[in-house]
Design a binder for this molecule. Structure first.
Ligand code: VGL
Ligand code: ZN
Length: 223
């Protein structure tokens, strides 16, 4: 298959960025200049994703009773609403990226005019959906975005993932991209993590999934 790259910019939204984001990732806003540089390159498709939750979303600590409702600290077991035997443990967060709020907007530093498609995710209140492709359940999948269809229709060979956060939505989006059959790369300098101390583990997960971690100067981007 011939080389046809896509750039997927994950969740570069106000709530994930200092100074005012409710779930601000350290250095979140600073990656915009690197993402904009990548947007100036000839990727066949340039896609931005948005975390886009309803106010009653299951990942918000505020929607759970005490004492297990501490943002960042508490965990919750989600059952697949379509198959209660399948469960997943999820971390609870401050309210973030609520549909229609300023926190859900892409940051103004991002040159959004160069983006071909915006993919919204996380709308189903019943499940967490870090991946921009689908929620983690498989049997059956509860919620799927249009991302896989858009990439397959364009006959994309390689997906380059950037954005926020390395250890959550970037990670699961990249791993799902590899599962979808795309040769998948994460451009390290154009991401930042909620918990930078977890990055060694994240990079091992990339390795296991066949996702390559590349630099901004990678030949893979320029070819
Ligand atoms: C994300 C936590 C909760 C992310 C989204 O975009 O990485 N993290 N929702
Ligand atoms: Zn979220």
């Amino acid at each position: 298959m011939s080389f046809k790259p896509a750039l997927v910019i994950v969740d570069l939204q106000e709530d994930f960025c200092p100074p005012n984001g409710s779930l601000a990732v350290p250095g979140g806003r600073e990656i915009a200049s690197k993402v904009n540089y990548l947007l100036s390159l000839p990727f066949a498709l340039k896609i931005a994703t948005k975390d886009f939750h309803p106010q009653d979303h299951i990942s918000f600590a505020s929607n759970h009773p005490p004492p297990n409702n501490k943002p960042f600290e508490s965990f919750f077991t989600i059952k697949n609403p379509l198959n209660p035997e399948e469960t997943d443990t999820t971390r609870l967060w401050p309210d973030h990226c609520v549909q229609g709020t300023p926190g859900s907007e892409l940051i103004p530093e991002l040159e959004v005019a160069k983006v071909h498609h915006i993919v919204e995710k996380g709308q189903d209140k019943r499940v967490e959906m870090y991946s921009a492709f689908a929620d983690p359940f498989t049997n059956p999948t509860v919620s799927r975005s249009k991302l896989a269809d858009v990439l397959h229709e364009a006959k994309i060979s390689d997906v380059f993932v950037v954005g926020l956060a390395t250890d959550y939505c970037v990670k699961f989006t990249a791993i799902d991209s590899a599962k979808e059959g795309f040769t998948t790369h994460v451009v390290g300098e154009a991401t930042n993590a909620v918990d930078p101390s977890s990055l060694d583990e994240v990079y091992k997960d990339f390795d296991k999934a066949g996702v390559s971690l590349v630099g901004m100067d990678s030949e893979a981007i320029k070819k």
